[in-house]
Design a protein around this ligand. Structure first.
Ligand SMILES: [Cu+2]
Length: 259
């Protein structure tokens, strides 16, 4: 009798845990589905304007500092990682710059994509270090490491979240409700782990990689303020006017001494 009681209590607890855990995920995907089917959404497929460019870094590149990890994390991989807060590529361009349409879209509405944005914890680093996501889009958080990480998001406008992911293969889903550039994400177990997420209510953003270029495609024609954001070197903006079937180049240059 006592055993049965324990089993009952146990399964009740398990149900409670799974309900509260799964409820959040259901709610966010339901919200995404609702806005995807909503009326008045502007489609992006037939829009033909584009803004592309390169983010240059002028002057001496900062030295690449090796990332110091603890013994447990070093044991997960045989690579030498470097701190990612100021990465100048071999071609003199700047990596991890979030470039996006800051204004100019008016009241056009854009449904979030149904595909999630994947965000991994791998070798005790976040991958990717900088990324963009649309409001209502699913952020699929993975843990590829066989140890405990926690995902601690520190937004100012969105609801913060903070939970542990103890096992390899763990998956959690989150989403953001309102635009916010940028949301910092950190791990409290491993203080060197940090990432930045740009939340927008439209799909017009890009992050520079190893060649320092960015591309913002499928824009409606118009005049836009394009902002480049870098975690260490700050923001720069410029205004660009693009017509149908037109691609404008908007380059940015960081690292210039103040004039
Ligand atoms: Cu961690």
């Amino acid at each position: 009798m006592k055993f049965i009681k324990l089993v009952l209590v146990g399964s009740l607890l398990a149900m409670l845990v799974s309900c509260s855990g799964g409820g959040e995920e259901k709610q966010s995907s339901a919200e995404a589905g609702k806005s995807a089917e909503g009326e008045g959404m502007t489609m992006t497929a037939d829009m033909t304007a584009a803004v592309t460019g390169t983010v240059h870094f002028k002057g001496e590149a900062p030295p690449q500092k090796p990332l110091q990890q603890d013994r447990e994390c070093r044991g997960l991989h045989d690579q030498q990682f470097f701190i990612q807060d100021a990465v100048v590529n071999n071609n003199g361009t700047l990596k991890w710059v979030f470039v996006y349409v800051k204004s100019g879209l008016g009241d056009k509405k854009f449904a979030p994509p149904s595909e999630p944005v994947e965000f991994d914890q791998h070798g005790c680093r976040y991958e990717p270090h900088v990324f963009g996501i649309q409001t209502g889009q699913t952020l699929k958080i993975l843990n590829s490491d066989p140890l405990l990480h926690n995902i601690h998001a520190l937004p100012n406008k969105n609801r913060p979240f903070n939970f542990g992911m103890p096992n390899k293969g763990d998956i959690r889903e989150q989403s953001f409700k309102v635009p916010e550039v940028m949301v910092r994400i950190k791990c409290d177990v491993h203080p060197w782990m940090g990432a930045y997420c740009g939340v927008l209510d439209h799909p017009y953003f890009s992050v520079t990689g190893d060649d320092g270029t960015f591309s913002i495609d499928n824009l409606p024609p118009g005049e836009y303020v394009i902002e480049a954001w870098h975690e260490k070197y700050g923001t720069m903006t410029q205004t660009v006017t693009v017509g149908d079937n037109e691609t404008k180049v908007a380059d940015f240059t960081y690292g210039q001494p103040a004039s």
